[in-house]
Design a protein around this ligand. Structure first.
Ligand code: NI
Ligand code: MN
Length: 228
């Protein structure tokens, strides 16, 4: 069984006996984090897009753990230039890694790094990530609005578990996320990207209620793990 550990916001780890994957590490600056960046172990770091609340700790963890960063071409090159090991991919493409297959999907969002001085660095297209890991298919939609091709992704990839945002303002809110669950068709859903900051406060029980019989919802507290 795969173990999924939530780190708060949209950051989580997936691990089995052999591999640990970290998605969108955001520990430094994350008011909900229960660990420090140097407590996070990784063999691979998978990034959906280049916003700071998804990449904040990617480079230091990659350096310390000698982990490979997986992401879109531009995002991977950004970290390669800093000295990290990377594997760049494009939307619609898949690759068989030692831990399983990864495929990038479309997401409706943006992807850039905004420096303190206001400089905006384009970091490629935002992505969702499909991972086949330990016998299950996980679909991390990344930050995204609702889009109709989620039904196509659901039909093609048949994900067992979907991880999606419900925080509103920057991404889908509760009602659109419920529609996404219906379109994707996964039996297990983990909502993320809410309650980290006041602007994305949501009542997760409203989400659970509205998902109803569509899927089993797992509401995770930061630091909590679940076996899937
Ligand atoms: Ni974002
Ligand atoms: Mn975000």
């Amino acid at each position: 069984m795969a173990k999924l550990t939530f780190h708060g916001h949209a950051s989580f780890s997936l691990s089995d006996e052999n591999h640990t994957l970290v998605f969108d590490p955001f520990i430094t600056g994350n008011p909900k984090a229960t660990i420090t960046s140097d407590q996070l172990e990784a063999d691979y770091i998978l990034l959906t897009h280049g916003h700071v609340d998804h990449i904040a700790d990617a480079f230091p963890i990659a350096q310390r753990c000698d982990a490979t960063i997986i992401g879109s071409y531009e995002l991977a090159k950004y970290f390669e230039k800093q000295g990290a090991s990377v594997h760049d991919m494009g939307i619609g493409g898949g690759f068989d890694f030692p831990f399983g297959r990864v495929k990038l999907t479309h997401a409706t969002h943006s992807s850039a790094f905004v420096s303190d001085d206001g400089t905006i660095q384009y970091l490629g297209n935002p992505c969702g990530i499909i991972v086949q890991f330990d016998g299950k298919t996980f679909y991390n939609t990344g930050d995204t609005g609702l889009f109709g091709d989620m039904a196509l992704i659901g039909r093609r990839e048949q994900p067992d578990v979907v991880i999606l945002p419900i925080g509103d303002n920057y991404t889908m809110g509760v009602d659109d996320a419920v529609e996404a669950v219906a379109m994707i068709g996964a039996k297990t859903v983990i909502p993320v990207h809410f309650n980290t900051f006041p602007i994305i406060e949501q009542d997760s029980s409203e989400f659970v209620e509205k998902v109803g019989e569509l899927a089993h919802c797992i509401i995770m507290a930061p630091g909590e793990s679940v076996q899937l």
